[in-house]
Ligand binder design. Sequence first.
Ligand code: FB9
Length: 487
Amino acid sequence: MAEEAVLGFLEKNEEIKDSGEFAVEKGISHEEIVNVIKSLNGFRFVDAQDIKKERWQLTAEGKTYAANGSPEFQLFMAVPPEGISRVELQKKLGDPGFKIGCQQAIKNKWVEMGKSQVSRKVAHVDDSVKDMLVKINNGEAPNQEGIDALKRRKLISPQVWKGYSVKKGPNYAPKRRKPATDLTRENLQSGEWKDLQFKEYNFLAKGFPIEGGYLHPLLKVRRQMQMIFLQMGFEEMPTNNYVESSFWNFDALFQPQQHPARDSHDTFFLKEPSTTKTLPEDYVERVKQIHESGGHGSRGYGYDWKREEANKNLLRTHTTAVSSRMLYALAKKPFEAKRYYSIDRVFRNEAVDRTHLAEFHQIEGLICDRGLSLGDLQGVLHDFFSRLGMSKLRFKPAYNPYTEPSMEIFGYHEGLKKWVEVGNSGMFRPEMLLPMGLPEDVTVIAWGLSLERPTMILYGIDNIRDLFGHKVDLGLIKSNPICRIGL
Ligand code: FB9
């Protein structure tokens, strides 16, 4: 309807001077007219020029006065010719009304405010404020002095009105035939294609976003970490077993059976299958030895080591359990130096908070070679973390049952402008390595960190719950580009 009105009017008239007046004239909402003008302009049926006008609109307070009259007028009307007490008048008008009404009515010399009495000073008044507000509401503009008074009382605020002036365009036609968007067999056979108007190809049109698969941010960072390890000559350890025996998760790592981490407060033990079937008996015997009475210069822990404790199945608490399996396997072959890494889920029966869930992904790296020192460990840590964008590291002595010496690692994060704890590390104890059968001079340096912490920092995610689990916002995953860490 709006389209016919615009194209029809231009058939007989040179120009639509003001789309606003044209809309009122045609009784069509200006918004509808504007949408049609924009579309006709797009197809060059018309040539539309912007026109802007500054107008006034009523504020919320202005609207109430336009509806119910100005407070000063209401006050005047509430004062009977014989006058009224302040208190009574205040009760009649209520607070904002009374206060503002008084100010204005006194200013307009409409009433006399005695100490307790209020009386009229004139017989009759007009509510010019209301009248002006109604005028403005109807699009008429009162005189400047009135505008200024209303502006001062914040009863009106400026509003830019946008409209168009419209002339015929190069493709003008009294009636717009829907441009054909396809050349069909029918058009060709019927020959009507000859006088069909074809829609312009919009080669800039954005195609429908192709919904492809998206990698979860954790997997993007996992891939980045994997690349770093491969570039540093490490090979991945097989971590496809969440269920582990206490033997490989703890005992093989020389972690004593009464260590607090080995009770169900920290570890998820399995009800079914509750115990492991097979362990390398000869090696188990040597582990029993080293725990009970030591050896290789160590006095061990001197407690009564229980096989049934080692048999208990659990959800691995660290991927170091995989490292112990791999190092034991290495010891069974002629020795060759190795660089191994693992990135996979570990489970800890911990209280869930902003940065901790009952499971997270542990990243672990180890180098097994002859005569490695703590310096070698610090060296490889510098190499690894500099590839994560952290070239400044600090090491703090720490304790792990399976490494001595051990160090907590801190890195200076340029973006956060602060030192961040980025992991833990150490040299595996001889009490762990020698029972495996590794040569005396073979040492193993290792370190570990999580995948979640770097991912949260790199993607600016504050709460781990937003990163992992059913509450993850898919938008975040879809909108998050690949993050470039380090290099
Ligand atoms: O990941 C951790 N922090 C971190 C790592 C990288 C990073 O990158 C920046 C964006 C560029 C930022 C932060 N942490 C280890 C440190 C803390 O978050 C810590 O509070 C929480 N830790 C987890 C364990 O929580 C109980 C992170 C997890 C962790 C800690 C230690 C190990 C593994 C994971 C280990 C080990 C180890 C030690 C010796 C030998 C072998 C393995």
